[in-house]
Design a protein around this ligand. Sequence first.
Ligand SMILES: Cc1ncc(COP(=O)(O)O)c(C=O)c1O
Length: 399
Amino acid sequence: MIEEILSLVQKHEQWRGKECLNLIASENLMSTSVRELLSSELGHRYTARDRFYMGTKFIDEIEQYGEKIAREVFKAESADLRPLSGHIADLIFLASFSKPNDTLMCVSPENGGYPGMWKNGLAGLLSLKTVPFPFSKLDMNIEVKEAKEIITRVKPKIVIFGASMITFPHPVNELVKVAWENGGCVGFDGSHVMGLIACEEFQEPLREGASAIFGSTHKTFFGPQGGIILADKHHGEVMKEKIYPVFVDNAHWNRIASLTLALAEMKKFGKAYAEHVISNSKTLAKALNDYGFPIVGKHLGFTKSHQVVLDYGSLYRNNFNKQSRGISEKLQRANIIVDCKIRIGTCEVTRRGMKENEMLKIAELIKRTIIDKEQPGNIKKEIAKLCTEFQKVEYCFES
Ligand SMILES: Cc1ncc(COP(=O)(O)O)c(C=O)c1O
């Protein structure tokens, strides 16, 4: 039994870690030190807010240290590293500032919003009514003028910016005032762009007027899989009161120590990383567009985030279609890993140190796989060679 389990993990590590071009926009790599902390002694331990458990003196310091760096990195008055995932961080925000029958306004899944926030997810769980932001499919963004009108009419109690498909900054600045005037609490789900926000390379929701940023720590961010909340003092305190005892009892301290180190990496190395993520996305998008792929947002320079979005007609549906699925399956046969929408992410390859030349190479490999219909075997060999040259994780203390 043990051999089987270990062998499956080993096979996965060899394939995804050493032989694949990993271009999933929701994924990234941890540095060796951040990864090692996940298996530290902290993973066995309990703490409690009322000091029920003894033996926690260093854990308490880790928590304080982690929150301090998070506040510094995001220039936030309040930080909390306990949420177990981006989804739970979203839940904490929603549940802290809404009650049943309130209205939630956010980007709908049809327009690239996070499905977990919508009717079948958290909004349904909390009995919230949902109102979608009016959305320009051409610009991949919220329509400001129409959104102002709807906010004035509907008066949503909660307004959440951010999305799963996000290539351009959302108009927080432009809409925050009208949301407040109509009694709305404004948040930003930064799950995807957390690392870019941390480095002031995308947008700064807290400075634009959002009361909180919440979401995942492992997409553009350097952390292990998990969640984080950054907020102003008032909203931060309200959520802290709720996190325990409602959403997290024993926090996962190995993950929090690991995330603390990831925050330190972000503070020191994040700027250069985020700049390269964005320039890599632009290079990749342009090269794919030149090969004839249907890239969204050409008139706006394709993208300002880690995402390059291809439109095969499934983009503005709740699900993917046969054509986009077929393309991602073909790419997978050549060891090029993307999702089925199709959304290509440059965060992981950037963290491996890839730059402009490699983006051009990736575009060429995608073109040879999809347009030239070359044998996947040839492509795989070239990818394995490319991966061997980029095995190290960059933008961290050990590099
Ligand atoms: C915008 C957005 N919010 C929240 C989540 C959930 O994050 P997690 O997977 O960390 O629970 C996702 C997941 O992909 C997402 O895209």
